[in-house]
Design a protein around this ligand. Structure first.
Ligand code: ASP
Length: 292
């Protein structure tokens, strides 16, 4: 199988002047994932590596740069899934780690659970040797995300800069990883679609893999990522499946800020978004492209 890495940096409407920055980040992330695949690495390692690059980049609403909740605190959600055995691990509302995606992977690989939240997730991370990262460090560099008092009203319709990556490796295995600080001004304790299986992401080697971004409360309602994979599995081309799942979201939940990237089991790529921008990048043996 020819390996592919596909990465996105979130669907949004209000960052025109920062588009080059968003493009550069997804390109770096795709290159990190590609380095793993090119060396014969596994899809999950590639997807995790790509997402870690974006979590470390304050441009995005994940890890460093996470949006703040109504208490001006960082609470992050992340998940990983691998498509061979439907392995799934996730964390929600985790606060003091730099790379929630890696903790999500620890949940999948080192516990008998699937989703761990809040203080328990942080405690688990520490028990696996993940260093504590002061919350101020996650906020540093993301001053554009600091909430002014008037921003503390949660805007349900406003998407963030959640990140996601899908990889297909040489063995034909699919994996997906997503990470987010969630929506700006969210209620403390609010969990979005991103850590929920079938909502923020899904991977099944017999169908394909999807990673979502956008208004979590709406995406959940139609199990957005699983629905996208089912459309792929029904025989639609990846691009058509991406467009149709967005259309379904809008039909069933009203017009929403949302975006999706999709990879079929044979490496066919699809992407669609309802916002002005969704920086995304893809690398395969055929080369690299970056779009927004
Ligand atoms: N889906 C994320 C959430 O609702 C936000 C985003 O993708 O922009 O938490």
């Amino acid at each position: 199988m020819e390996p592919v890495i596909l990465v996105h940096g979130g669907a949004g409407n209000d960052f025109d002047e920062r588009v080059p920055q968003f493009r550069a980040g997804v390109e770096r992330a795709a290159q990190a994932g590609w380095a793993v695949l090119r060396a014969g690495g596994k899809a999950l390692d590639a997807a995790e590596a790509a997402v870690r690059v974006l979590e470390d980049d304050p441009t995005y609403d994940a890890g460093h740069g996470s949006f703040l909740n109504a208490n001006n605190e960082v609470e992050m959600d992340a998940m990983v899934m691998e498509g061979a055995r439907l392995g799934y691990g996730a964390v929600a509302g985790i606060q003091r780690v730099a790379n929630p995606v890696s903790v999500a992977r620890m949940v999948m690989e080192r516990t008998s659970h699937s989703l761990v939240v809040g203080a328990g997730a942080e405690q688990l991370a520490r028990s696996f040797g993940v260093p504590v990262c002061p919350m101020e460090e996650l906020v540093a560099g993301s001053s554009t995300h600091l909430l002014r008092p008037e921003d503390r009203v949660f805007r349900a319709d406003k998407a963030g800069d959640t990140v996601g990556a899908i990889a297909l490796d040489a063995d034909g295995l699919l994996a997906v990883a997503v990470s987010t600080g969630g929506t700006a001004g969210k209620l403390p304790g609010r969990v979005g679609d991103s850590p929920l299986i079938g909502c923020g992401a899904y991977a099944d080697n017999s169908l394909g893999a999807a990673a979502a971004t956008g208004h979590g409360e709406a995406l959940m309602k139609i199990l957005f990522s699983k629905t996208a994979c089912d459309l792929l599995g029904s025989g639609l081309a990846a691009q058509q499946a991406a467009e149709q799942v967005l259309e379904l979201l809008s039909r069933r939940t009203g017009p929403r800020e949302a975006g999706v990237i999709l990879l079929s089991p044979s490496g066919e790529v699809g992407s669609a978004f309802s916002t002005h921008h969704m920086a995304h990048a893809c690398i395969s043996v055929h080369g690299m492209w970056v779009r927004d």
